[in-house]
Design a protein around this ligand. Structure first.
Ligand code: SAM
Length: 195
């Protein structure tokens, strides 16, 4: 059973469902590769995954972790060492992405000053929107437990709250009886019902 207070675990409920039929998946902050591995292990044959990170150290860690595991045949992964706003704009050409995930903040065990920033995160979302499949979903875990994380969460919350409801379904999930501002989950779905 998952811990329903844990945003990282809670999003797996959504991911598990999408991965049953996903053909293009992007981890926009692949870090040490744990989320990417979770997705790759559930990917169907022919699924292509991208792992993006701004740090070479993170891309190497992810690449190593994924290479050490046996995945379903014909599941392929491309690693992109770049900022996610740029990678989503310039390097990823597909416009039928089923799932894009962001796990914000800094690399655990790495340099804590290299952290996701609100303007890049929002720019990455804007570059991701035209590339989402119909019904495609973006999940974002934000970490408001630090001042920088709270600032980022608030900027993100404000920005995505005003997305056109005719185009996107936007949801926010968060624990409500926990101390110290635990991680929160945002979900954005390309709303196909109006197309
Ligand atoms: N998903 C990862 C995992 O399972 O190990 C954890 C991600 S960690 C919380 C956040 C990552 O975002 C760090 O590795 C950091 O280098 C990366 N990052 C920060 N700013 C970024 C940017 N502008 N573009 C891409 N990655 C960025």
């Amino acid at each position: 059973m998952i811990n329903i207070n844990n945003a990282v675990q809670f999003q797996h409920l959504i991911w598990d469902r999408i991965m049953k039929s996903a053909s293009v998946v992007v981890d926009a902050t692949c870090g040490n590769g744990h989320d990417l591995l979770y997705l790759a292990e559930r990917a169907q044959s022919e699924c292509h995954l991208y792992g993006i990170d701004i740090q070479e150290q993170a891309v190497s860690a992810s690449r190593e972790l994924l290479a050490s595991k046996k995945l379903q045949s014909n599941v392929t992964i491309t690693f992109l060492h770049n900022s996610h706003d740029i990678a989503l704009h310039q390097e990823i050409k597909e416009n039928t992405i089923d799932l894009i995930i962001f796990n914000l903040g800094y690399l655990p065990g790495g340099d804590h000053s290299i952290i996701t920033r609100p303007h890049n995160t929002i720019e990455a979302l804007n570059n991701a929107f035209p590339k989402l499949a119909k019904d495609g979903i973006i999940t974002i875990v934000a970490y408001p437990g630090t001042p920088e994380g709270m600032e980022e969460k608030e900027a993100l919350h404000k920005y995505i709250s005003q997305l056109d409801q005719a185009k996107y379904n936007v949801c926010h999930w968060h624990p409500i009886n926990q101390a110290n501002n635990p991680p929160e989950l945002y979900l954005i779905q390309n709303d196909n019902s109006h197309n």
